[in-house]
Design a protein around this ligand. Sequence first.
Ligand SMILES: [Zn+2]
Length: 95
Amino acid sequence: MKHTYIEVFDLGDSVICDICGADYTASNESGGFLFGSYAYCPKCAVESLKAIHQYNEQKYIKEFCPPNLSFREWCLQLRAGENTIRMIMTKNESN
Ligand SMILES: [Zn+2]
């Protein structure tokens, strides 16, 4: 039997780059930007900017991390307390 359900994950205060998955929860590094709905960490931002310019996709950069905020603080601010993500899961059950 196939079950479809929605699982809610509470991320708490953890901040993880949407691109490389690096954990910035304990980092005070500033930088990065929001590209569409993806948060690019300071490292990915630098690495991706060249390609973004090459493909003329700067318009998808919605916001840059302000220099007075760390990437972590900025991401938490963007989430505005919404620290959960929802995933639709399907599971095959043998019984
Ligand atoms: Zn990254």
